[in-house]
Design a protein around this ligand. Sequence first.
Ligand code: HEM
Length: 581
Amino acid sequence: MAVIPSVVFVALLLYILYLTKKRHDRARVPPGAQSLPGPKCYPILGRVHDIPSEASWLKFYEWSKQYGPIYQMEMFGSVHVWISSEQIAHDLLSRRAPIYSDRPQIPNLPDNRTKGDYLALSGRNETWKRQRKLCQQLMATSAHDSLHGYPTMERDRFLYLLSKDSSQYREYVEQFTARSVARLSWGSPHSAQVLRVTTHGLLETISPSGALPNVISCLRHLPACLSPWKRKENARHELEATMLKDNVQYVHERINEGNAPPSFVRTFIDGLSSSADKAKWGEEAEATYVVGQMAIAGALTIGSPIQSFLLAMLHYPDWQEKLHKEIDEVCEGACPQWADRSKLPMLRAVVKEVIRWRPPVPTGIPHALEQDDVYNGYFIPAGATIHALEWAITRDETTYPDAETFNPARWLKPEYPTYKEPLTLHPNLNGFSQFGFGRRTCQGVPIVEQDLFLAMGGMAWAFHITKKRRADGTEVPVHWNDFTPLLIAKPAPFKFDAIVRSEEKEFLLAQMWESGKGEDDEDEEQQQLRQTIWKDMEKRDKGALAAHEHDDDVSSDRGSETSGVTTDTDSTASTGSEGDA
Ligand code: HEM
């Protein structure tokens, strides 16, 4: 019975603390300034009850239309500032970078600012500065050498697999991104599957809609024996640490044998051993995590726009036709290569428009403000979490007229505000708002640019991407904007057919598999063989086929969160008879 008075006492205490803090906050607003507008916040809770667990960015966007391009709200006592204008994001995060470049603490990963494991989540401290510099150095070396051709190798493998079974598209897309970045990081794709598992776990650990302590922050104080989130994160972190150390050891062994392929780690080891200025390169233990961070970022993010590209091609078949035309004319039947990029402005426009239309990081990665500030007469308190709401920034009608429409022409025609010449260079992803602001901008743009150009160009070269049809000729519907809720958002599964555009292309795809596959692909080949036999059997079984034609369940595959291939016989790629035109 003593429980009820205790609860009342704690609630009263929290309320008094809240009122005291409120009075203190009000006293900090300098004369002539006022608080930012925003939704009315309730004591302690703020507006946490209003934030949906799915697609939270839509709610924040809705508020931006009500309260303006910069507004404030509270969640459990923390102030959150949401910016929906690129100009304001630049004014604050870039022009006032000295005080806007910190990161907030993540309740479910409380040492994120100080430990130095993930530079994207580190506070603005010496470790972050050192790591960011190393990251830049490693990236520049690889970018200079066109990423050593790894994305092309993996793209060729990916296209072949997709041609064999498009129902597994999420699996193959994630294999492509993880294997490309694993090669770049360590010179080999062998750890790509473990990388996928640990990175997805990290995404859950840090996402507001992932682990509960990120919403109810007091839960972070629970000891590990009472916290399933802590136990899960500890196990994940251990797996990740082993993988990262083993991979660096692997590179050392290859170097000792004299057959180490180029990689970030090899660049680091070579640089350290040959440089007079060892301090410039730092410690190997730290570089292990810097490269780990690059691999994590690469494995996590790039799959999202590749899947959104498929969605765009299904909803906008006219753009698919235009893309086919450009690629066929410029590449004369060959699959687009990175060296062709200056001649393929429409493909680059499609890449950029996919990212604008469906931002992969719709809420942005938050910054933290280190000192009280005043912007245009509005007070922003130190400690506030500052979000550049990428979803809203891409929907600003003055920059992106008719923003809901997927329209690559906005990057190609002078009548649009985003048009820029020369078209041999523009559009490209450098400086695009979707990669952040100021001193915390994304370090991976050269990888994103090349992976997306090759994957989207390759798919457009190889396939007609079409909606599936039922036996009665009606289309199986494809969702418009159903995305996963974590920090990096990906389209929910949908069904489609990827029809190889000609027999010649089917032949070329088989050749590309031979050159793109790795030593570790024996299992994949066995799987392909089993599936081919299975499909031949299925074709003979007309009854089974008819039953499948009525199936319009859009959640067909097991998704990107796990590794391995399922046997969905409903959605297969086949060779069409349309020819190359
Ligand atoms: C479509 C793919 C990607 C998107 C949309 C994306 C977007 C972003 C965004 C929005 C930020 C935060 C910027 C800010 O705080 O203002 C960021 C940071 C970062 N990204 Fe990416 N990124 C992508 C791929 C990659 C890749 C492939 C790498 C590999 C190196 C990478 C490495 C990083 C790093 C290291 C940071 C942290 C920078 C810092 O905090 O100093 N990203 N990215």
